[in-house]
Design a protein around this ligand. Structure first.
Ligand code: AKB
Length: 337
């Protein structure tokens, strides 16, 4: 008899490390995690970690002979800045990797006779606003607006949302017998800020980088203009969003992709919050025109009313609480600042 399990891909990334702690604390299901890298600090007592590639079909087949996977959190991805240096690799990882897992989840749904739940973090990168004037006018975008990403990562996320919906509702729609469909659910995250990890390869990274640099007494050159505004979220709220969406009754969901957000800040406002905690910090601006253009194409705020209405989404951390109660105290402890 195979053991019921939750599979998390890309677990060594920022979201994965926070998600493991939350799932390990609340679940008696076996957690099976997959990443190209080993788990930091030698592993986690409640987790079976597999070092491997999501593109390795033999490895995935082996996993499903050993475990009956009921939920997949598919976190593995190359982020926006990194993807622009290696767009074809990004496509392979972000799209082909997701496609392989969707197929696996679809086949498992049929085999088990019940839907496998597929939880997918998408991103504000799925949006692409054409100008700063439009960004100022259409300040709080809804899920269906401005789906014109300018980055490979944004294109990948948007397309994978569509693939997820296809595998949920229309997979093999002309086959004689309708298969049991998987249950795909996605959140579009804003920029995420963790007290415990520093992101790499993203374009919203200036927020967390500014704070982590200040706590270490390092000077920081912000790569966007002071007036640049996008939405952000503290990592505990990001984990809550994934868990709540995964737990929501299917009958309540009216969409497969939901915006979620907590607070919108300009780079200057982030700098002010950082300086309030670390008054000696040296933070200057040296905008990088191409990264600036990417962030300028992302919305200033997200309309997350569908998530609030359908599954009770409500962030616990506004900007004051995120910095005052979560980020600054934990970062101070981390760096002994
Ligand atoms: C990135 O900057 O690429 C990510 C994202 C906004 O999805 N943090």
């Amino acid at each position: 008899m195979r053991k019921r399990a939750i599979l998390i891909t890309g677990v060594v990334g920022e979201i994965g490390q926070a998600l493991i702690e939350a799932l390990a604390g609340q679940n008696d299901r076996q957690l099976v995690t997959l990443d190209l890298k080993p788990l930091p600090a030698g592993g986690h007592p409640k987790v079976i970690h597999v070092v491997g590639d999501i593109m390795d079909d033999v490895l995935l087949s082996r996993l499903i002979t050993e475990y009956e996977i009921g939920t997949i959190y598919h976190l593995a991805a190359l982020l926006s800045t990194r993807s622009e240096f290696t767009p074809e690799l990004a496509h392979r990882v972000n799209v082909d990797g997701t496609l392989g897992l969707l197929r696996l989840a679809a086949e498992q749904s049929q085999w088990q006779g019940q839907s496998v739940r597929f939880i997918f973090p998408s991103s504000i990168a799925a949006y692409g606003l054409p100008s700063l004037a439009t960004k100022a006018r259409d300040n709080r975008v809804a899920e269906w607006e401005w789906n014109n990403p300018t980055t490979m990562y944004g294109c990948n996320k948007l397309y994978c949302e569509l693939l997820g919906s296809y595998y949920s509702h229309n997979y093999k729609q002309l086959a004689a017998e309708q298969p049991v469909m998987l249950d795909f659910r996605a959140v579009r995250f804003p920029g995420l800020i963790s007290a415990f990890t520093v992101p790499s390869g993203g374009t919203s990274d200036y927020g967390p980088e500014m704070l982590h640099a200040a706590a270490q007494g390092k000077a920081y050159e912000c790569f966007v203009r002071p007036d640049t505004r996008i939405p952000f979220m503290a990592m505990p709220d990001a984990v809550t969003a994934l868990l709540e969406l995964a737990a929501a009754p299917a009958a309540k969901l009216t969409r497969s992709v939901y915006n979620v957000t907590s607070f919108s800040l300009s780079a200057a406002e982030i700098r002010d919050l950082v300086l309030r905690a670390f008054p000696e910090a040296e933070i200057t601006y040296s905008p990088h025109s191409k990264r600036q253009a990417i962030v300028d194409s992302w919305p200033a705020d997200l309309n997350d009313s569908a998530a609030r209405r359908d599954w009770g989404w409500a962030p616990a951390y506004d900007a004051e609480r995120a910095f005052g109660e979560y980020l600054v105290p934990n970062i101070r402890r981390r760096y002994g600042a």
